[in-house]
Write a protein that binds this ligand. Structure first.
Ligand code: GAR
Length: 213
């Protein structure tokens, strides 16, 4: 059975969706860079090992990332899952987990990398928004796309309502991608996310139909 370590910075609802998906995987630990991350309480209550590597205790990114890697490696995971982990990672850290670290980002990448994705999508007049799961490379919110889900942007949406609609899709998409990885179907090959056994006409995307008027 493949092993997984999940990194969080906050409430951890994506971590929770993965834990509760009942995957054939050993969730070895949940690690946060913030001691007050709400998701830590949930993980502890579920009997999952937790750890905090507080970035404020390190003078620079290099040293923080080294400490974080040491904590991750104690659990020897096959897969590192970034689930709302809000840190920019150093090249050495990213290289260490090449092909076995994935991230979820609340936009249809390559649009809207970075922060405030929902506000920026609304301000840009987008009619469709969504979520992307991708392998992590040195590029912020970049890296080979594994799967996406799209939702409509409605005329009366604000950041909160759009974020909630996207988050519901995050909770479906992320466990599915982790399932693919731990069952050995998903890999990073020649800079692309490859899914074994994928039908030629299969789409690695979910979409919510827009209501007809
Ligand atoms: C999620 O919406 C996730 O996509 C986003 O942070 C939120 C974490 O929520 N991640 C990023 O913005 C990464 N660039 P959660 O803690 O409830 O899973």
């Amino acid at each position: 059975m493949k092993s997984v370590v999940i990194l969080i910075s906050g409430r951890g609802s994506n971590m929770r969706s993965i834990v509760e998906a009942g995957l054939d995987a050993d969730i070895r630990a949940v690690i946060s860079n913030r001691p007050d991350a709400g998701g830590l309480i949930y993980a502890r209550d579920r009997g999952i090992a937790t750890a905090v590597v507080d970035h404020r205790e390190f003078p620079d990114r290099e040293r923080f990332d080294r400490a974080l890697a040491a904590e991750i490696d104690r659990h020897a995971p096959d897969l590192v899952v970034l689930a709302g982990f809000m840190r920019i990672l150093t090249p050495g850290f990213v290289a260490r987990y090449d092909g076995r670290m994935i991230n979820i980002h609340p936009s249809l990448l390559p649009a809207f990398a970075g922060l405030d994705t929902h506000r920026r999508a609304i301000e840009s007049g987008c009619r469709i928004a969504g979520v992307t799961v991708h392998f992590v490379t040195g590029e912020l919110d970049g890296g080979p796309i594994i799967a996406q889900a799209a939702v409509p942007v409605l005329a009366d949406d604000d950041e909160t309502t759009l974020a909630a609609r996207v988050l519901a899709q995050e909770h479906l998409l992320y466990p599915q991608v982790v399932r693919w990885f731990v069952s050995g179907r998903l890999a990073l090959r020649d800079g692309r996310a490859v899914l074994a056994g994928e039908r030629a006409d299969g789409a690695r995307a979910l979409s919510v139909p827009v209501a007809d008027e």
